[in-house]
Design a protein around this ligand. Sequence first.
Ligand code: IVH
Length: 668
Amino acid sequence: MPEDAQREAAELARAIDEHNHRYHVLDRPSISDAEFDRLFARLVELEADFPALRVPQSPTQRVGGEPLSTLPTLQHVVPMLSLDSSQDPDDVRRFHDRLCKALDGEPEYVLEPKLDGASMELVYEDGLLTRAVTRGNGTHGEGVTENVRTIPSVPLRLRTEGAVAPPELLSVRGEVLMFLEAFEALNERLMERGEEPFVNPRNAAAGAVRQLDSRITAERPLQFIAYDVLEARGLTLQRDDEGIALLAAWGFRIPDRVEVVTGLDGVLDYHRRYGEDRDGLDYEIDGVVIKVNDLAARARLGTTARHPRGAMAFKFPPRQEVTRIERIAVSVGRTGAITPVALLLPVEVGGVTVSRATLHNREEVARKDVREGDLVRIQRAGDVIPQVVERLEEPGRERSEAYRMPDTCPACGTPVVERGPFTVCPNRFGCPAQLKGRLVHFGSRGALDIEGLGEETSALLVERALVADLADLFHLRPEALVELPGFAERSAGNLVDAIQARRDTELARFIHGLGIPEVGSAVARDLAAHFQTLPGLLAADADALVAVPGIGPKMSEAIRAFLDEPRNRSAIERLAGEMRSLTAPPPVRVGRLTGKKIVFTGGLETLTRDEAKARAEAEGGRVVGSVSKATDYVVAGSDAGSKLDKARDLGLEILTEEEFLALVGGED
Ligand code: IVH
């Protein structure tokens, strides 16, 4: 194999690993997706020409491979104990008192979120991932190496830059998770294909990681977060937080908000704060973990049969409860989808009273066989709508009839149609429930943000025939509103003022408010930035739509179909006629360096400074004079001095002139 192919492959692999780390671990990408794809495609090509380059740790090997017939049973390097756990602050107090006595003083604790996923051991030999083993029974688990290889935030090769050299054997413990947004999107996809959705993100993650076919795992949006060095041969760690810092330096994603505190108050406070924020996190946690930081002290404390004595989990209240379904109702959304909803005997779940839970669609009701009167387990996760997990058997109790979806839309009486597992009211323009849904959406925070136009008011406006079309909103008069239940002169005036104030609106909000399928607020922003005017968007054909970064053929088709429907079209035009101004965001120059700050230092060989600056700016980059944390790239030529030193100290990405040219040059 030619030496330059080998060198090029090594450089590409290093660059891809680097960008992968920035994207999936740091959430701070520094190149465009197109540029990343280019590097990747080049490496794939080289490996096709020279198969010897295709080593297991190559970034191209994350796509999954041949299915296995069984998962092997493997032994852990170090047994994986579980944690003693409690929801009761008194137990935590006792834990603390016991440790104070045993250690003769207040211990320092490391505090972390207790991640609710699938626990996993990863083993690295000479810096390369060689094994991944589920926790199993604590001493042995299932070997799922090929599956774990596909998780983008798992380093296949430990980072070495700026880090302590990886030990010859490293065993890491962490959690495989699915983030809530990805979990919901996955479930939606599964349901669209008529497959069973997962009950919760933990089951989805655990199931994905135990697949025999790693290509399926590769398609599941998994995350790995590392929190414990189980063994690092040849390295002696003094403290737990040192281990966590090393994990981050070696390229792992570590838990958010790791804190070190002394004494009990800090522990209770941390638990309270995380508990308050729990609903807003994008992943599930079921408590916080308290660990003695001093590892020698922790070793002295020893273990019980199953738990270390120097650590415990302080849990949150569970997010599942059992209650009874009083009735099954349906709700009609703004797109016409008719969703069965379980009306429950109210029950408190993790601090929130729940009286409704979604049953998703007709097929889900049938699959779970839930009926009115049944006892069910329900759960909520983050801000996700509560759902019915399963029905509980009650031997001897007489059950009601199996539930059947209505044959006609409960809001407008139109016969329903079945679309896959969904039941839909096809009366897009005449159905009051859909109109109400569109009104609520139009006035919602991400759209026109009309204060006072919520569910109830929207329902009243539709019922009293004050609004038959979104444009009617702008002709509402206070005299008509005061007649509505719950309205007085003042509130009627306020709503009219709030609506009138929105005759001047940002184009992106307006587009979002239209409720075009597939167009959320981010896509609406992209469309507004790209087309700049509403007529510009309305005139765009499918090709013009796919030219917008982030919009693919499927989305482009959905948008086009919506805009081409004559009644949508005239409703949009009527609505637009009511607007005084629709302001567009400044157009974005989209290039490989859009949003990036670049510093040049030292002498360049092939370019003058002005040429280099022009090249960077042509790709949307901004050239700045001094190096700071906010700098994205430092291009270092010959004799680069203090700026280069500073860039190294800050751990910034440093490019040679050649690498810079590769970054700005080439075809997209
Ligand atoms: S520390 C010796 N930290 O919770 C201490 N565990 O029974 C080892 N878990 O399945 C565990 N998040 O895998 C630790 N930040 C965290 C954790 C965590 C989740 C899991 C652990 C085990 C269970 C504890």
